[in-house]
Design a protein around this ligand. Sequence first.
Ligand code: PMT
Length: 411
Amino acid sequence: MRVALGVSGGIAAYKAAELVRLLQDKGLDVQVVMTRHAREFITPLTFAALSGHKVITDMFGEAQGASNVESAIEHIAVAQEIAAFVIAPATANVLAKVAHGIADDFLTTLCLATKAPLIVAPAMNVNMWEHAATQQNLEVLRIRGVRVVNPDEGYLACGMTGAGRLASPQCIAQAVFETLGLRQDLAGETVLVTAGPTEELLDSVRYLSNRSSGKMGYALAEASRRRGARVLLVSGPTPTEPPAGVRLERVRTAEEMAQTVFAHLAEATVVLMAAAVADFRPAEAYPGKIKKQQGAPVVKLEPTLDILAAIARRRRENQLIVGFAAETEHLLTNATAKLHAKRLDLLVANDVSQEGAGFDVDTNIVTLLFPDGRKKALEKMSKLDVASRVLDEVVEIRKQFGRHSREGGNP
Ligand code: PMT
Protein backbone atom coordinates (compact mmCIF):
# COMPACT_ATOMS: atom_id res chain seq x y z
CA MET A 1 0.00 0.00 0.00
CA ARG A 2 1.37 3.41 -0.98
CA VAL A 3 1.06 6.58 1.12
CA ALA A 4 2.36 10.09 0.56
CA LEU A 5 4.20 11.99 3.28
CA GLY A 6 4.15 15.76 2.80
CA VAL A 7 6.92 17.66 4.60
CA SER A 8 6.57 21.42 4.96
CA GLY A 9 9.08 23.93 6.25
CA GLY A 10 9.56 23.79 10.00
CA ILE A 11 12.28 22.90 12.44
CA ALA A 12 10.42 19.61 13.09
CA ALA A 13 10.93 18.51 9.46
CA TYR A 14 13.75 16.20 10.57
CA LYS A 15 11.23 14.16 12.66
CA ALA A 16 9.51 13.17 9.41
CA ALA A 17 12.52 10.92 8.73
CA GLU A 18 11.53 8.73 11.69
CA LEU A 19 7.94 8.77 10.49
CA VAL A 20 9.05 7.30 7.14
CA ARG A 21 10.65 4.40 9.01
CA LEU A 22 7.58 3.80 11.21
CA LEU A 23 5.28 3.77 8.18
CA GLN A 24 7.61 1.37 6.38
CA ASP A 25 7.67 -0.93 9.43
CA LYS A 26 3.96 -1.59 8.73
CA GLY A 27 4.78 -2.42 5.11
CA LEU A 28 3.76 0.95 3.65
CA ASP A 29 5.51 2.30 0.57
CA VAL A 30 6.20 5.98 1.26
CA GLN A 31 6.35 8.70 -1.40
CA VAL A 32 7.80 11.86 0.14
CA VAL A 33 6.70 15.27 -1.11
CA MET A 34 8.52 18.39 0.11
CA THR A 35 7.79 22.09 -0.07
CA ARG A 36 10.51 24.53 -1.07
CA HIS A 37 10.81 25.74 2.52
CA ALA A 38 11.12 22.19 3.88
CA ARG A 39 14.30 21.84 1.84
CA GLU A 40 15.84 24.62 3.95
CA PHE A 41 15.61 22.30 6.97
CA ILE A 42 16.40 18.83 5.58
CA THR A 43 17.61 17.64 2.18
CA PRO A 44 15.49 15.56 -0.21
CA LEU A 45 18.43 13.16 -0.37
CA THR A 46 17.77 12.03 3.22
CA PHE A 47 14.17 11.12 2.38
CA ALA A 48 15.12 9.57 -0.98
CA ALA A 49 17.62 7.31 0.81
CA LEU A 50 15.08 6.33 3.47
CA SER A 51 12.06 5.86 1.21
CA GLY A 52 13.82 4.41 -1.82
CA HIS A 53 11.94 6.87 -4.07
CA LYS A 54 12.89 10.14 -5.68
CA VAL A 55 11.38 12.90 -3.55
CA ILE A 56 8.87 15.14 -5.33
CA THR A 57 9.78 18.75 -4.72
CA ASP A 58 8.36 20.53 -7.77
CA MET A 59 5.26 20.33 -9.90
CA PHE A 60 7.25 20.14 -13.14
CA GLY A 61 10.45 18.39 -12.05
CA GLU A 62 13.89 19.74 -12.87
CA ALA A 63 14.01 18.95 -16.59
CA GLN A 64 12.93 21.47 -19.24
CA GLY A 65 10.76 21.27 -22.42
CA ALA A 66 8.33 18.46 -23.21
CA SER A 67 9.53 16.39 -20.27
CA ASN A 68 8.05 19.07 -18.00
CA VAL A 69 4.58 17.89 -18.94
CA GLU A 70 5.52 14.22 -18.64
CA SER A 71 6.94 14.91 -15.23
CA ALA A 72 3.78 16.73 -14.13
CA ILE A 73 1.57 13.87 -15.35
CA GLU A 74 3.79 11.34 -13.63
CA HIS A 75 3.67 13.33 -10.41
CA ILE A 76 -0.06 13.83 -10.40
CA ALA A 77 -0.51 10.07 -10.89
CA VAL A 78 0.60 9.82 -7.26
CA ALA A 79 -2.80 11.30 -6.35
CA GLN A 80 -4.56 8.19 -7.69
CA GLU A 81 -2.08 5.70 -6.25
CA ILE A 82 -1.97 6.68 -2.60
CA ALA A 83 -4.20 5.25 0.15
CA ALA A 84 -3.54 8.19 2.51
CA PHE A 85 -1.73 11.52 2.52
CA VAL A 86 -0.10 12.66 5.76
CA ILE A 87 1.47 16.11 6.12
CA ALA A 88 4.00 16.27 8.97
CA PRO A 89 5.00 18.83 9.95
CA ALA A 90 2.18 20.99 8.60
CA THR A 91 2.98 24.68 8.97
CA ALA A 92 0.36 27.38 9.59
CA ASN A 93 0.92 28.46 5.98
CA VAL A 94 0.26 25.00 4.52
CA LEU A 95 -2.83 24.54 6.73
CA ALA A 96 -4.18 27.89 5.50
CA LYS A 97 -3.58 26.96 1.86
CA VAL A 98 -5.18 23.53 2.21
CA ALA A 99 -8.18 24.98 4.08
CA HIS A 100 -8.75 27.48 1.25
CA GLY A 101 -8.00 25.20 -1.69
CA ILE A 102 -4.87 27.05 -2.79
CA ALA A 103 -2.66 24.82 -4.92
CA ASP A 104 0.55 26.70 -5.67
CA ASP A 105 3.09 23.89 -5.31
CA PHE A 106 3.05 20.12 -5.61
CA LEU A 107 2.18 19.40 -1.97
CA THR A 108 -0.90 21.62 -1.95
CA THR A 109 -1.90 20.48 -5.45
CA LEU A 110 -1.81 16.87 -4.26
CA CYS A 111 -4.25 17.77 -1.47
CA LEU A 112 -6.80 18.82 -4.08
CA ALA A 113 -5.99 16.12 -6.62
CA THR A 114 -6.27 13.11 -4.35
CA LYS A 115 -9.36 11.47 -2.92
CA ALA A 116 -7.24 9.68 -0.30
CA PRO A 117 -7.88 10.62 3.36
CA LEU A 118 -5.74 13.50 4.59
CA ILE A 119 -3.99 13.58 7.96
CA VAL A 120 -2.21 16.74 9.13
CA ALA A 121 0.20 17.07 12.05
CA PRO A 122 0.67 20.79 12.70
CA ALA A 123 3.86 22.23 14.21
CA MET A 124 4.55 25.91 14.79
CA ASN A 125 5.18 28.68 17.29
CA VAL A 126 2.57 28.76 20.10
CA ASN A 127 1.21 32.19 19.10
CA MET A 128 0.76 31.02 15.51
CA TRP A 129 -0.97 27.87 16.79
CA GLU A 130 -3.34 29.84 19.01
CA HIS A 131 -4.05 32.52 16.38
CA ALA A 132 -7.72 32.66 15.41
CA ALA A 133 -6.79 32.30 11.73
CA THR A 134 -5.00 28.98 12.34
CA GLN A 135 -7.74 27.67 14.61
CA GLN A 136 -10.43 28.61 12.09
CA ASN A 137 -8.49 26.92 9.28
CA LEU A 138 -8.23 23.76 11.42
CA GLU A 139 -11.97 23.91 12.08
CA VAL A 140 -12.60 24.04 8.31
CA LEU A 141 -10.31 21.06 7.77
CA ARG A 142 -11.89 19.00 10.57
CA ILE A 143 -15.37 19.65 9.23
CA ARG A 144 -14.11 18.45 5.86
CA GLY A 145 -13.03 15.18 7.48
CA VAL A 146 -9.31 15.88 7.67
CA ARG A 147 -7.67 14.09 10.60
CA VAL A 148 -5.74 16.58 12.74
CA VAL A 149 -3.04 15.16 15.01
CA ASN A 150 -2.78 17.96 17.54
CA PRO A 151 0.67 19.22 18.51
CA ASP A 152 2.14 18.55 21.95
CA GLU A 153 2.89 21.18 24.55
CA GLY A 154 6.45 21.89 25.60
CA TYR A 155 9.57 23.87 24.89
CA LEU A 156 9.50 25.14 21.30
CA ALA A 157 12.40 25.88 18.98
CA CYS A 158 11.51 29.60 19.08
CA GLY A 159 12.35 29.63 22.80
CA MET A 160 8.71 29.82 23.92
CA THR A 161 6.79 27.18 25.85
CA GLY A 162 3.28 26.01 24.93
CA ALA A 163 1.36 24.04 22.33
CA GLY A 164 2.93 23.77 18.89
CA ARG A 165 5.50 21.00 19.12
CA LEU A 166 4.99 18.33 16.47
CA ALA A 167 3.23 15.26 17.91
CA SER A 168 5.52 12.25 18.26
CA PRO A 169 6.18 10.29 15.03
CA GLN A 170 4.62 7.25 16.81
CA CYS A 171 1.41 9.18 17.44
CA ILE A 172 1.25 10.43 13.83
CA ALA A 173 1.97 6.93 12.51
CA GLN A 174 -0.86 5.52 14.66
CA ALA A 175 -3.28 8.04 13.13
CA VAL A 176 -2.22 6.87 9.65
CA PHE A 177 -2.55 3.18 10.60
CA GLU A 178 -5.95 3.82 12.14
CA THR A 179 -7.12 5.67 9.02
CA LEU A 180 -5.96 2.77 6.87
CA GLY A 181 -7.44 0.12 9.19
CA LEU A 182 -3.93 -1.18 9.96
CA ARG A 183 -4.14 -0.66 13.71
CA GLN A 184 -5.86 -3.80 14.92
CA ASP A 185 -5.46 -3.55 18.69
CA LEU A 186 -9.20 -4.15 19.26
CA ALA A 187 -9.31 -7.34 17.17
CA GLY A 188 -11.24 -9.99 19.09
CA GLU A 189 -13.29 -7.42 21.02
CA THR A 190 -17.02 -6.90 20.54
CA VAL A 191 -17.74 -3.24 21.20
CA LEU A 192 -21.29 -2.17 21.99
CA VAL A 193 -21.76 1.56 21.39
CA THR A 194 -24.84 3.64 22.16
CA ALA A 195 -25.34 6.90 20.29
CA GLY A 196 -27.79 9.69 19.66
CA PRO A 197 -30.83 10.94 21.55
CA THR A 198 -33.97 9.14 22.64
CA GLU A 199 -37.50 10.38 21.95
CA GLU A 200 -40.05 10.06 24.75
CA LEU A 201 -43.60 10.20 23.48
CA LEU A 202 -46.00 12.86 24.71
CA ASP A 203 -48.75 12.04 22.25
CA SER A 204 -48.90 10.43 18.80
CA VAL A 205 -46.99 13.31 17.13
CA ARG A 206 -45.00 15.01 19.89
CA TYR A 207 -42.06 13.88 21.99
CA LEU A 208 -39.39 15.05 24.44
CA SER A 209 -35.83 14.73 23.17
CA ASN A 210 -32.44 16.49 23.11
CA ARG A 211 -29.92 17.86 20.61
CA SER A 212 -27.68 14.78 20.38
CA SER A 213 -26.69 14.19 16.75
CA GLY A 214 -25.11 10.77 17.34
CA LYS A 215 -21.77 12.06 16.00
CA MET A 216 -19.79 11.17 19.15
CA GLY A 217 -21.17 7.64 19.33
CA TYR A 218 -20.81 7.10 15.58
CA ALA A 219 -17.17 8.24 15.80
CA LEU A 220 -16.59 5.66 18.56
CA ALA A 221 -18.19 2.98 16.41
CA GLU A 222 -16.13 3.98 13.36
CA ALA A 223 -12.85 4.12 15.30
CA SER A 224 -13.55 0.76 17.00
CA ARG A 225 -14.25 -0.88 13.64
CA ARG A 226 -11.09 0.55 12.10
CA ARG A 227 -9.12 -0.94 14.99
CA GLY A 228 -10.45 -4.41 14.32
CA ALA A 229 -13.41 -4.71 16.72
CA ARG A 230 -16.77 -6.19 15.88
CA VAL A 231 -19.16 -3.29 16.50
CA LEU A 232 -22.79 -3.25 17.61
CA LEU A 233 -24.20 0.26 17.38
CA VAL A 234 -27.47 1.03 19.16
CA SER A 235 -28.62 4.41 17.94
CA GLY A 236 -31.43 6.77 18.74
CA PRO A 237 -33.02 8.76 15.87
CA THR A 238 -30.49 10.92 14.03
CA PRO A 239 -29.87 11.97 10.42
CA THR A 240 -26.11 11.37 10.86
CA GLU A 241 -24.77 8.82 8.36
CA PRO A 242 -23.83 5.64 10.26
CA PRO A 243 -20.36 4.16 9.71
CA ALA A 244 -20.02 1.23 7.33
CA GLY A 245 -19.19 -2.23 8.60
CA VAL A 246 -21.01 -2.04 11.93
CA ARG A 247 -24.22 -3.75 13.00
CA LEU A 248 -26.73 -0.96 13.50
CA GLU A 249 -29.87 -1.28 15.64
CA ARG A 250 -32.13 1.76 15.51
CA VAL A 251 -34.27 2.55 18.55
CA ARG A 252 -36.49 5.42 19.54
CA THR A 253 -37.22 5.53 23.27
CA ALA A 254 -35.06 5.00 26.35
CA GLU A 255 -37.06 1.84 26.98
CA GLU A 256 -36.23 0.47 23.50
CA MET A 257 -32.59 1.44 23.93
CA ALA A 258 -32.45 -0.42 27.25
CA GLN A 259 -34.08 -3.56 25.75
CA THR A 260 -31.75 -3.57 22.73
CA VAL A 261 -28.64 -2.99 24.84
CA PHE A 262 -29.59 -5.79 27.24
CA ALA A 263 -30.29 -8.13 24.31
CA HIS A 264 -26.68 -7.69 23.10
CA LEU A 265 -24.94 -7.29 26.43
CA ALA A 266 -23.79 -10.90 26.69
CA GLU A 267 -21.82 -10.54 23.43
CA ALA A 268 -20.13 -7.27 24.36
CA THR A 269 -16.63 -7.22 25.79
CA VAL A 270 -16.55 -3.40 25.78
CA VAL A 271 -19.51 -1.04 26.27
CA LEU A 272 -19.25 2.63 25.29
CA MET A 273 -22.31 4.64 26.38
CA ALA A 274 -22.29 7.89 24.41
CA ALA A 275 -26.07 8.13 23.93
CA ALA A 276 -27.95 11.03 25.46
CA VAL A 277 -30.66 8.91 27.04
CA ALA A 278 -33.64 10.80 28.45
CA ASP A 279 -33.67 10.79 32.23
CA PHE A 280 -37.44 11.37 32.30
CA ARG A 281 -40.40 10.50 30.08
CA PRO A 282 -44.06 11.48 30.18
CA ALA A 283 -45.74 9.10 32.61
CA GLU A 284 -48.49 8.56 30.03
CA ALA A 285 -48.37 9.03 26.26
CA TYR A 286 -51.69 10.42 25.01
CA PRO A 287 -52.94 7.99 22.32
CA GLY A 288 -53.94 10.64 19.72
CA LYS A 289 -52.86 14.24 19.16
CA ILE A 290 -53.51 16.50 22.14
CA LYS A 291 -55.85 19.24 20.86
CA LYS A 292 -55.20 22.91 21.53
CA GLN A 293 -58.81 23.24 22.60
CA GLN A 294 -58.11 20.83 25.48
CA GLY A 295 -55.95 23.54 27.03
CA ALA A 296 -52.24 23.37 27.92
CA PRO A 297 -51.63 19.85 29.25
CA VAL A 298 -49.95 19.27 32.59
CA VAL A 299 -47.36 16.61 31.87
CA LYS A 300 -46.28 14.35 34.66
CA LEU A 301 -42.81 12.93 34.10
CA GLU A 302 -41.40 9.69 35.46
CA PRO A 303 -37.77 8.54 35.54
CA THR A 304 -36.46 6.20 32.85
CA LEU A 305 -34.19 3.30 33.67
CA ASP A 306 -30.53 4.30 34.04
CA ILE A 307 -29.19 1.85 31.44
CA LEU A 308 -25.55 2.47 32.26
CA ALA A 309 -26.03 1.85 35.97
CA ALA A 310 -27.99 -1.34 35.19
CA ILE A 311 -25.23 -2.58 32.85
CA ALA A 312 -22.55 -1.84 35.42
CA ARG A 313 -24.49 -3.86 38.02
CA ARG A 314 -24.74 -6.83 35.64
CA ARG A 315 -21.19 -6.58 34.32
CA ARG A 316 -19.44 -9.82 33.38
CA GLU A 317 -15.88 -10.57 34.32
CA ASN A 318 -13.52 -8.65 32.04
CA GLN A 319 -16.37 -6.61 30.50
CA LEU A 320 -15.12 -3.07 30.24
CA ILE A 321 -17.61 -0.23 30.71
CA VAL A 322 -17.14 3.38 29.66
CA GLY A 323 -19.69 6.10 30.38
CA PHE A 324 -20.05 9.69 29.26
CA ALA A 325 -21.17 12.65 31.36
CA ALA A 326 -22.76 15.69 29.78
CA GLU A 327 -22.48 18.54 32.27
CA THR A 328 -23.12 22.26 32.18
CA GLU A 329 -21.64 23.07 35.61
CA HIS A 330 -19.19 21.58 38.15
CA LEU A 331 -17.92 19.24 35.41
CA LEU A 332 -15.34 17.31 37.41
CA THR A 333 -17.32 17.00 40.66
CA ASN A 334 -20.49 15.78 38.94
CA ALA A 335 -18.67 13.51 36.51
CA THR A 336 -16.50 11.95 39.24
CA ALA A 337 -19.67 11.19 41.22
CA LYS A 338 -21.10 9.35 38.16
CA LEU A 339 -17.84 7.43 37.64
CA HIS A 340 -17.91 6.07 41.19
CA ALA A 341 -21.69 5.65 41.58
CA LYS A 342 -21.84 3.53 38.39
CA ARG A 343 -18.47 1.80 39.06
CA LEU A 344 -17.19 2.50 35.57
CA ASP A 345 -13.74 1.74 34.15
CA LEU A 346 -13.57 5.15 32.50
CA LEU A 347 -15.74 8.21 32.31
CA VAL A 348 -15.59 10.73 29.46
CA ALA A 349 -16.72 14.08 30.83
CA ASN A 350 -17.75 16.88 28.49
CA ASP A 351 -18.84 20.38 29.48
CA VAL A 352 -21.57 20.75 26.89
CA SER A 353 -21.87 24.49 27.52
CA GLN A 354 -18.43 25.08 25.95
CA GLU A 355 -18.20 26.15 22.32
CA GLY A 356 -17.02 23.26 20.15
CA ALA A 357 -18.01 20.64 22.75
CA GLY A 358 -20.92 18.29 23.28
CA PHE A 359 -24.14 18.25 21.27
CA ASP A 360 -24.39 18.48 17.50
CA VAL A 361 -20.87 19.73 16.68
CA ASP A 362 -17.99 17.94 14.95
CA THR A 363 -15.51 18.52 17.78
CA ASN A 364 -15.49 17.79 21.49
CA ILE A 365 -13.53 18.89 24.56
CA VAL A 366 -13.36 16.12 27.13
CA THR A 367 -11.65 15.09 30.33
CA LEU A 368 -11.03 11.40 30.87
CA LEU A 369 -11.60 10.32 34.48
CA PHE A 370 -10.25 7.08 35.91
CA PRO A 371 -11.36 5.19 39.05
CA ASP A 372 -7.89 5.62 40.62
CA GLY A 373 -8.32 9.40 40.55
CA ARG A 374 -6.23 10.10 37.44
CA LYS A 375 -7.56 12.78 35.07
CA LYS A 376 -6.57 13.53 31.48
CA ALA A 377 -7.88 16.79 30.02
CA LEU A 378 -7.83 16.71 26.22
CA GLU A 379 -7.94 19.85 24.16
CA LYS A 380 -10.54 20.51 21.50
CA MET A 381 -10.31 17.89 18.75
CA SER A 382 -12.53 16.12 16.22
CA LYS A 383 -14.94 13.55 17.64
CA LEU A 384 -13.02 10.88 15.71
CA ASP A 385 -9.84 11.90 17.51
CA VAL A 386 -11.66 11.89 20.87
CA ALA A 387 -12.90 8.39 20.00
CA SER A 388 -9.37 7.33 19.18
CA ARG A 389 -8.04 8.65 22.51
CA VAL A 390 -10.85 6.90 24.42
CA LEU A 391 -10.00 3.64 22.64
CA ASP A 392 -6.29 4.08 23.49
CA GLU A 393 -7.38 4.03 27.13
CA VAL A 394 -9.66 1.03 26.55
CA VAL A 395 -6.67 -0.87 25.14
CA GLU A 396 -4.57 0.15 28.18
CA ILE A 397 -7.30 -0.88 30.64
CA ARG A 398 -7.69 -4.19 28.80
CA LYS A 399 -3.97 -4.84 29.34
CA GLN A 400 -4.47 -4.16 33.07
CA PHE A 401 -7.46 -6.54 33.14
CA GLY A 402 -5.29 -9.21 31.51
CA ARG A 403 -2.56 -8.65 34.06
CA HIS A 404 -5.02 -8.83 36.98
CA SER A 405 -6.71 -11.95 35.57
CA ARG A 406 -3.32 -13.64 35.27
CA GLU A 407 -2.54 -12.62 38.84
CA GLY A 408 -5.93 -14.08 39.83
CA GLY A 409 -8.76 -11.61 40.36
CA ASN A 410 -10.46 -8.61 38.85
CA PRO A 411 -9.22 -5.07 39.24
O1 PMT B 1 -24.44 12.99 19.85
P1 PMT B 1 -23.58 14.22 19.74
O2 PMT B 1 -24.31 15.40 19.12
O3 PMT B 1 -22.26 13.94 19.09
O4 PMT B 1 -23.26 14.72 21.24
C1 PMT B 1 -22.39 13.97 22.04
C2 PMT B 1 -22.91 13.88 23.50
C3 PMT B 1 -22.89 15.25 24.15
C4 PMT B 1 -24.33 13.32 23.52
C5 PMT B 1 -21.92 12.90 24.24
O5 PMT B 1 -20.63 13.41 24.20
C6 PMT B 1 -22.34 12.68 25.68
O6 PMT B 1 -21.97 13.40 26.59
N1 PMT B 1 -23.14 11.61 25.92
C7 PMT B 1 -23.77 11.34 27.25
C8 PMT B 1 -25.00 12.22 27.41
C9 PMT B 1 -25.71 11.98 28.70
O7 PMT B 1 -26.79 11.51 28.69
O8 PMT B 1 -24.99 12.29 29.78
P2 PMT B 1 -25.55 12.08 31.29
O9 PMT B 1 -24.53 12.76 32.13
O10 PMT B 1 -26.96 12.53 31.41
O11 PMT B 1 -25.51 10.51 31.49
C10 PMT B 1 -24.39 9.81 32.06
C11 PMT B 1 -24.24 8.47 31.40
O12 PMT B 1 -25.38 7.65 31.71
C12 PMT B 1 -24.14 8.47 29.89
O13 PMT B 1 -23.16 7.52 29.51
C13 PMT B 1 -25.52 8.07 29.41
O14 PMT B 1 -25.46 7.36 28.17
C14 PMT B 1 -25.97 7.14 30.54
N2 PMT B 1 -27.44 7.15 30.78
C15 PMT B 1 -28.10 8.28 31.12
C16 PMT B 1 -29.45 8.24 31.40
C17 PMT B 1 -30.12 7.00 31.32
N3 PMT B 1 -31.42 6.92 31.53
N4 PMT B 1 -29.46 5.91 30.98
C18 PMT B 1 -28.13 5.94 30.73
O15 PMT B 1 -27.52 4.93 30.41
